[in-house]
Write a protein that binds this ligand. Structure first.
Ligand code: SF4
Length: 192
């Protein structure tokens, strides 16, 4: 009888060294992605790469301020990712609203709606700070402490309550009803 837990360190090592990133940027921090991906910081040396399909991505970088409209896409995209999945938030805006702390249309605490595993303060954090956050994420994955995906499952009622308070109950169905005709007709003016 093989105890498969013996392979856990190897699996965690492989996970931390093959993080695929959801290709989805919010706010000003999206502009930090080109230097991270290209020759100067070259995150590919850590096995990282952007992937357009959330169903094949491990890491979700929230790269700046989040509006309620964007938050809907973020939640739906996050839920499409397979477990285990990890969230790294850049900059002050997703943590506490940042310079938009009193704006009616910016989310003040992203972690009320989806769990955040690593947060990088600053406005805007430099690529070195983002690399530091990525290293921290790798350390948490290797030690099994990047457990936001488990918290989302275990505390789903808490997250759902906050999501419903912001968007109203049944928001997923309403959004899907708006998106489906938009996709069917190829109408790029569909809004929600
Ligand atoms: S923290 Fe600063 S740089 Fe980042 S999204 Fe907010 S305003 Fe932009």
């Amino acid at each position: 009888m093989v105890d498969w837990r013996l392979f856990d360190p190897l699996i965690e090592y492989a996970r931390k060294r093959s993080m695929w990133i959801v290709a989805f940027c919010t706010g000003c921090g999206g502009i930090e992605m080109p230097p991270l991906a290209t020759a100067r910081y070259d995150f590919e040396r850590f096995g990282m790469m952007p992937n357009p399909a959330p169903r094949m991505a491990d890491l979700f970088l929230i790269t700046g301020y989040v509006t309620p409209k964007t938050l809907k896409r973020i939640i739906i995209t996050y839920e499409m990712q397979p477990d285990p999945k990890y969230v790294l938030a850049h900059g002050s805006c997703p943590l506490n609203g940042g310079v938009y702390w009193d704006a009616y249309n910016a989310i003040k605490h992203l972690d009320k709606y989806i769990p955040v595993d690593v947060a990088i303060a600053g406005c805007m954090p430099r690529p070195e700070a983002v690399m530091d956050g990525i290293q921290k994420m790798m350390e948490l994955i290797e030690t099994g402490k990047a457990d936001g995906w488990k918290r989302y499952r275990e505390n789903y009622e808490y997250y759902k309550k906050n999501q419903d308070e912001l968007f109203g109950e049944g928001w997923r169905e309403r959004t899907a009803r708006m998106w489906i005709p938009w996709l069917m007709k190829g109408n790029n003016r569909g809004e929600e």
